[in-house]
Design a binder for this molecule. Structure first.
Ligand code: CA2
Length: 163
């Protein structure tokens, strides 16, 4: 399990600033260190830093959380509702194709979310082409590598501004 938050208090950490949670599922802690031909060279730390910088510029607070455990991801989603998180960006990793329980957690808290995949899951093995999340997501971004998180964050920010 890993959690990354800002070390320095910034204006984006204002108590009133909208909060966006970036959730990463199993094995994504290996990003940038294994299989770069599929998942790219950027590490989870690189992605967190880019998201935090974008969030700070937009006046929102970004929190990132990665876990290899289904139960911990579900607990984090449930906690997000209590904390008043406004939006979730999630790459459920391998749980995309297996986890009814994580889907139920997201449906249960009713926090809008965008599903992100680094790879184009529709151009891969048949078992990756079904997601338990897509039909309840605001939208799905896949195949753009780490840039997909930035695209998702921009879409989340636009939606928060509209609401
Ligand atoms: O393309 C994606 O983002 C995936 O969610 C990644 C999952 C995979 O099971 C999904 O089908 C698609 C796998 C994450 C594993 O991440 C690794 C990263 C580097 C090295 C090894 C695994």
């Amino acid at each position: 399990m890993s959690k990354q938050t800002s070390r320095q208090k910034t204006s984006s950490e204002d108590a009133r600033a909208p909060r966006i949670l970036i959730l990463h599922g199993p094995n994504l802690n290996l990003l940038g260190r294994r299989e770069p031909e599929i998942y790219g060279h950027r590490t989870l730390g690189d992605i967190h830093a880019a998201m935090e910088a974008r969030g700070r510029a937009a006046g929102v607070q970004i929190e990132s959380y990665q876990s290899n455990s289904e139960g911990e991801l579900i607990d984090r989603v449930q906690a997000a509702a209590v904390e008043g998180i406004e939006f979730i960006v999630i790459n459920p990793g391998g749980y995309t194709h297996t986890s009814i329980a994580l889907r139920d957690a997201l449906a249960g808290v009713a926090i809008p979310f965008i599903e992100v995949h680094l790879s184009n899951i529709h151009a891969r093995e048949a078992f990756r082409q079904h997601s338990y999340f897509s039909d309840i997501a605001v939208g799905v971004i896949c195949g753009f590598g780490a840039q997909g998180y930035e695209l998702a964050l921009d879409a989340a920010l636009a939606r928060i501004r509209r609401s």
